[in-house]
Design a protein around this ligand. Structure first.
Ligand SMILES: [Zn+2]
Ligand SMILES: [Zn+2]
Length: 448
């Protein structure tokens, strides 16, 4: 009567392969448990020390080995004191601004869902086995994490009951979301991937396009507003819209964007603004350090007296310029589109599929034809980043201000807070009440 995973001394049917299987299963279970555990506090915060160490070393080289010798005129770098003093003052101001914004992003919590919702049992499956949003023409799936009516496909044969189940990895619980598989394309089961490959020949949604069969857009059809879809099995509650579970922090984060090791916590609803402000100051700080040190190094090199530590800081600041500017551009784009890193993954999947579809249908030089198809898709479904975005507020400015605040000072200084609370969100009226996009023909008349 040994249950699964019980009693290593009692292998199933006494066979040695049973022992091996059981050991392997236990190993997997242990690994999963370890992965599900939040990282210890000290591990989470370790990188803050590393970051401060890098900043400290850069400051030592810049002030102690670059500015001070200039001011003392012990070296003839860049005209001596005339440059040494302003360089030192500007560096200190930039350093102070960067450290201030870094302190804010490290201290301000992204917002935890558990502080706003009560634990609750798992929402029961819907009474109607075929939900009202089910579209029989969409039975080939639309992308990762799609709901599917199991009774209609590979068969929920076990107890005869019909349940809604997401395409979660097979090892996970039924009905669970993919939010802790963020960015993990391998989380799409093989059967789903096969469907995705075949869907090109399917009818899909093309009820309005007038394009050849198969040449249709398939926007992600996640019913992101259904309680079933938003239930977190690890925390045991229905999380607010846009919240996702972070494995490293071990809890659900409001408007989860990503877990950032450099700040030792997540970037979410409450600190996204400070993250952007920090990136701004970090980029300016690195650019200033890079440009002035390169100028100093060139002159020292000419004099044959180059300090090797300048090279280390030039390389580090160059690297961080690329890193921070790329991140800054990415996050400005995410904010003006009112989306998050996680939410943009589904769109990314959709655009990749469309690219492949068009490449198959047209030759590489048929740019005009491809553009016409894209325009038709946009006529059918709206622009995927604006009208076809569940959280689109109406304009780039409104989206930006909902995160960065209404005061322009707050866009560049680590002050103020985001006007949105991270819990209550206004969905785009172009979407169904469960969060699935509607074709333009079904939009409210004034928005069409
Ligand atoms: Zn959670
Ligand atoms: Zn986290």
């Amino acid at each position: 009567m040994a249950k699964d995973g019980e009693g290593a001394t009692n292998p199933p049917q006494g066979k040695c392969c049973g022992v091996v299987q059981e050991a392997a299963a236990k190993g997997t279970e242990r690994r999963n448990k370890r992965r599900e555990k939040a990282q210890p506090w000290i591990v989470l915060k370790l990188t803050i020390g590393l970051t401060l160490g890098i900043i400290g070393y850069a400051s030592y080289v810049y002030i102690g080995r670059f500015c001070v010798p200039m001011i003392k005129r012990s070296k003839s770098i860049l005209g001596g004191r005339r440059f040494g003093i302003p360089f030192l003052v500007i560096f200190c101001i930039l350093l102070a601004m960067m450290l201030w914004s870094y302190a804010m992003i490290v201290i301000v919590s992204p917002g935890k869902a558990r502080d706003h919702v009560e634990p609750s049992p798992e929402p029961p499956p819907r009474q109607n086995p075929v939900p009202d949003w089910w579209d029989s023409s969409s039975d080939l799936g639309h992308g990762p994490g799609q709901f599917e009516y199991r009774g209609a496909t590979e068969g929920a044969q076990s107890n005869g009951s019909t349940t809604l189940e997401s395409h979660a990895p097979p090892s996970e619980k039924p009905g669970r979301q993919r939010d802790d598989n963020v960015g993990d394309a391998s989380a799409i089961p093989a059967v789903q991937q096969a469907r995705v490959r075949n869907e090109i020949n399917a009818n899909g949604h093309g009820e309005t396009s007038g394009l050849p069969a198969g040449l249709t857009r398939r926007p992600p059809m996640n019913p992101a507003l259904l309680p079933e879809w938003r239930y977190c099995y690890k925390d045991g509650f229905v999380k607010p819209p846009r919240a996702h579970h972070c494995r490293a922090c071990g809890t659900c984060i409001l408007k989860y964007d990503h877990h950032c090791p450099w700040i030792g916590q997540c970037v979410g609803a409450r600190n996204h603004k400070f993250f952007v402000v920090f990136l701004e100051w970090a980029a300016v700080f690195c650019m200033w350090t890079f440009a002035t040190l390169v100028a100093g190094a060139v002159q020292e090199g000419r004099d044959g007296d180059l300090d090797a530590q300048y090279i280390v800081i030039i390389a580090l600041s160059g690297l961080f310029i690329l890193f921070t500017l790329t991140l800054l551009a990415t996050h400005v784009r995410l904010i003006i589109l009112n989306t998050s890193t996680v939410e943009s993954l589904n769109k990314q999947y959709m655009t990749e599929r469309e690219k492949a579809l068009l490449a198959r249908q047209f030759s590489w030089h048929q740019f005009g034809a491809k553009r016409r198809v894209r325009k038709q898709w946009d006529r059918d479904w709206g622009n995927p980043y604006t009208e076809g975005n569940l959280w689109w507020l109406g304009s780039y400015r409104e989206n930006w201000e909902s995160v960065m605040g209404h005061s322009k000072w707050g866009w560049f200084l680590p002050i103020g807070r985001s006007p949105q609370d991270g819990v209550n969100w206004t969905p785009n009226p172009r979407f169904h009440s469960d969060g699935r996009p509607r074709p333009r023909s079904q939009w409210p008349a004034e928005l069409r």
